[in-house]
Design a protein around this ligand. Structure first.
Ligand SMILES: Nc1ncnc2c1ncn2[C@@H]1O[C@H](COP(=O)(O)OP(=O)(O)OP(=O)(O)O)[C@@H](O)[C@H]1O
Ligand SMILES: [Mg+2]
Length: 365
């Protein structure tokens, strides 16, 4: 399967450790310019510090050669020019070794690309992305969801898919569940492979997901991002024109500070924040009473701060996690529940905000 070879090669490299810095060679910033060419020809630059043993290069070469589908491994060994390899990030590599940041493409077949992001982990990004996507598909729209959370992909589990995607005519065929097309790094790598994917590799994977997946013609593509403002966010906005970002937050003050940072990052790169979604807003007691478990009002405050709308407040729903673990987003598993109703209401707001088309057409005449 040529199309996930890159991920498997990178995975093999994350199993090679540099004992001096007690880290794998990718995390230690020792691998650069990794390319996986036609016919399984792999090449990369290995930045070997003066104090590092050359054995690691041999180990890295051997690990890559073992990957099924690899026919040739070319390694260029170089000394790191600047900081020690352990401190090197891809952005700070030697001049000449990093290509200029690519200009984002318009990929009209993807429809409106919407990033679902948050400053903090565990606030419900994946839950929101999955339920929004499924709700829109229920309205008859063509919807895709791309799990770009390379650190902890969980969209496949939440939507109940776990097959390896097939390759057809050299393109990756996305999986489908509840009417939504799905692709996830979680489907492409072995379950227990270390998920430490840094800069250039994340970029490659995202590009592949956007360009080489046979999405067909979509109306919306939701991108579930890892928390924070890291490589995945940057790679996404550099690869494709993103219509906007939805920021998920919980009502608590601490999450809001993080949300603000996340939102500012999108604004800095010219991606509008479409609105805020407050999750786990309150608990709806059987009596109908709204009980604020966390301190409340955070979503509104964040929205005010950013001058964007609060698009919805999703209550805390007992049993949501169990359903999600069975591949049933709440809008499917318990469509009459308060949380599902909140999602369904929010979909209208989100659609209005996104607008019909994200593609900027050239002005004629
Ligand atoms: N409104 C809710 N009511 C009850 N449980 C919820 C709610 N929203 C999310 N959860 C649960 O909280 C957990 C975290 O949610 P989720 O995985 O969507 O967050 P995330 O922001 O994507 O996390 P990560 O940063 O790890 O990717 C999950 O177990 C999910 O089922
Ligand atoms: Mg998630």
């Amino acid at each position: 399967m040529p199309n996930n070879l890159e991920a498997r090669v990178a995975g093999a490299l994350t199993n090679v450790r540099n004992p001096r810095v007690d880290n794998d060679v990718i995390s230690a910033g020792m691998i650069q310019d990794l390319t996986v060419g036609d016919g399984g020809r792999v090449s990369f630059t290995f930045l070997l510090g003066r104090d590092d043993s050359a054995t690691i290069v041999r180990e890295a070469r051997a690990a890559v050669r073992e990957v099924e589908g690899v026919s040739e491994v070319k390694v260029k060994v170089m000394e790191p020019g600047g900081p020690a390899p352990s401190q090197q990030s891809h952005a700070k590599a030697q001049p000449g070794s990093v290509p200029a940041p690519p200009q984002p493409d318009e990929l009209p077949n993807l429809g409106s690309v919407v990033a679902v992001s948050s400053g903090k982990g565990g606030v419900g990004k994946s839950t929101v992305a999955a339920n929004l996507a499924v709700s829109l598909a229920q309205q008859g729209l063509a919807v895709g969801i791309m799990d770009a959370d390379v650190y902890g992909p969980n969209i496949p589990r939440m939507l109940g898919v776990n097959k390896q995607p097939q390759i057809r005519d050299q393109r990756i065929v996305p999986l489908e569940a509840h009417g939504v097309k799905i692709i996830s790094l979680g489907l492409m790598i072995e379950r227990d492979a270390p998920a430490i994917w840094r800069g250039p590799i994340i970029m490659k994977i995202l590009q592949q997901f956007l360009r080489d997946v046979d999405w067909g013609q979509l109306d919306y593509l939701f991108v579930d991002l890892p928390p924070g403002t890291g490589d995945a966010q940057l790679s996404l906005v550099q690869t494709v024109q993103v219509r906007g970002a939805l920021i998920v937050t919980t009502p608590q003050e601490v999450a809001i500070g993080d949300g603000l940072r996340g939102a500012k990052m999108f604004e800095k790169v010219g991606v509008p924040v479409l609105g805020i979604i407050e999750n786990m807003s309150f608990f709806l007691a059987p009596s109908g009473e709204r009980i604020a478990i966390f301190s409340s009002g955070g979503g509104q405050r964040l929205a005010d701060e950013l001058h964007v709308p609060l698009l919805g407040q999703i209550p805390l729903q007992a049993g949501m996690t169990d359903l999600a673990d069975k591949g049933q987003p709440i809008v499917i598993g318990e469509p009459e529940s308060p949380a599902a109703k909140a999602f369904q209401e929010m979909v209208g707001e989100v659609r209005k905000k996104i607008g019909a088309k994200s593609v900027k057409l050239p002005v004629l005449g």
